[in-house]
Design a protein around this ligand. Structure first.
Ligand SMILES: C[S@@+](CC[C@H](N)C(=O)[O-])C[C@H]1O[C@@H](n2cnc3c(N)ncnc32)[C@H](O)[C@@H]1O
Length: 409
């Protein structure tokens, strides 16, 4: 037996003792005993629990890999996520006003990918177990919206009819304004009989839309999402902010940064999460790599009332970032890249000197790298707001407010 005292949490939520020794499900300040296996303490037993240790609120937490942090108080998780942002910025020599984390409530995740497969007796669906391919049924999951939970039984039925005994389905279920929007991958190739069976399931479960490996099986009603005053029908399985609360919070923060202005560029715009609300008061040019998402945004804008002009451009911003002479006509830029960040686009922004930049990020490390580039080019990072749409996970999202140093805050 080895006994250690946990000093801090790692990026994945493990407790870390001097060594470093990684201890799953342990919290700072706790004294833990277990069997040392390399740099990991296995079969840990908590000798002295932290005051921030709580009973996991979900029945499935012990086995399910969907959540990592239900053993910690909400305050500890919020502070830990804020600290990850502080440390990432510190690593590039930056300090800023880092606001307290805002967190989406339980039962608010409106999109999930359920794993489903056939079993000897029938089928099972749920999330993968921690560090394992085993599927854990999660009928009492408190992470996703109640509507999404109905997708579990559907996922089992899809596995029964659409997969072999060895394969596993990935069933992406999204809660839309009109019912569940379901996109399945990993199943049998479509043939006539399977198509008919799937269409019947689409009716039986009153799905808004069902797609199978990108092929549309049925759309009873377009699965719209609200984006400001507009409604958009995203392409099957495409990106959507994880909770409605998170989307609204991020949008408010982006609006706070952009302020009253005439012309905004929204880069990595998706289906218009920010472009469409911003178009209530400014003209917006939305740029995004997916032509289907740009089309969805354009249709949503055309059908909405009272918005200013929104133009769309399909463009690979890693290979062909907007150049300084293209950026110079904008008063503000919103940028919301994938986890890899946006090094090429940020380098052009640094030259272009657009007065205000709202940077939304799902990766504090790449955000810090981008922030360093901007601050070296004369920008000030006024504040950062961590936003936690991925409650009980190790995932951190944030919005950063940049302005050129000579422009008053
Ligand atoms: C984090 S999402 C943000 C989307 C949108 N801002 C929103 O909030 O819904 C990142 C977006 O970048 C797009 N994307 C990924 N790689 C890209 C690239 N190389 N060029 C342009 N867009 C890209 C994705 O399709 C996705 O819509």
């Amino acid at each position: 037996m080895t006994t250690v005292t946990i000093e801090r949490l790692g990026q994945q939520g493990d407790g870390i003792a001097p060594g470093p020794i990684f201890v799953p499900l342990a919290l700072p300040g706790e004294v833990v005993s277990g069997i040392l296996d390399g740099t990991h303490l296995t079969e840990p037993r908590i000798d002295t629990p932290s005051a921030d240790r709580v009973s996991p609120p979900c029945l499935h937490f012990r086995s399910c890999g969907g959540c990592q942090m239900q053993h910690a108080s909400d305050q500890l998780v919020a502070d830990w996520k804020r600290d990850i942002v502080v440390m990432a910025l510190k690593s590039v020599g930056l300090e800023a006003d880092i606001r307290p984390t805002v967190t989406s409530s339980d039962r608010s995740r409106r999109r999930a990918v359920f794993a489903a497969r056939r079993t000897k007796k029938g089928a099972m669906a749920g999330f993968h177990a921690r560090k394992s391919d085993a599927i854990i049924p999660v009928p009492d999951c408190i992470l996703v919206t109640p509507a999404l939970l109905a997708g579990l039984k559907l996922s089992e039925d899809l596995a029964l009819v659409g997969t072999s005994r060895k394969a596993e389905l990935a069933v992406t279920v999204t809660d839309s304004l009109e019912g569940l929007d379901v996109a399945v991958t990993g199943g049998k190739p479509l043939d006539g009989p399977l198509r008919i069976t799937l269409a019947a399931l689409c009716e039986q479960y009153r799905l808004a839309r069902l797609t199978w490996d990108d092929e549309l099986i049925g759309m009873r009603v377009p699965p719209a999402q609200r984006m400001g005053k507009a409604q958009v029908v995203p392409p099957p399985g495409s990106f959507l902010q994880a909770t409605e609360h998170g989307q609204m919070k991020l949008t408010d923060l982006v609006k706070e940064i952009v302020g009253p202005t005439k012309s905004v560029a929204d880069l990595f715009a998706g289906c218009g999460t920010f472009a469409l609300p911003l178009a209530e008061s400014a003209e917006v040019h939305a740029v995004e790599g997916s032509s289907e998402m740009m089309h969805a945004l354009d249709v949503g804008w055309r059908q909405a009332q009272g918005l200013k002009r929104v133009t769309t451009e399909t463009r690979d911003l890693f290979r062909r970032p907007l150049l300084p002479d293209e950026l110079s006509r904008f008063d503000a830029v919103v940028i919301d890249p994938p986890r890899a960040g946006a090094a090429a686009q940020i380098a052009e922004l640094a030259v272009a000197q657009v007065p205000v930049i709202a940077h939304v990020s799902c990766n504090p490390q790449t955000f810090a790298r981008d922030a360093e580039t901007l601050c070296n080019a004369g920008y000030v990072l006024d504040w950062v707001q961590p936003v936690d749409q991925f409650r009980w996970s190790a995932h951190v999202e944030l919005v950063g407010a940049f302005r050129l140093a000579h422009i008053a805050a």
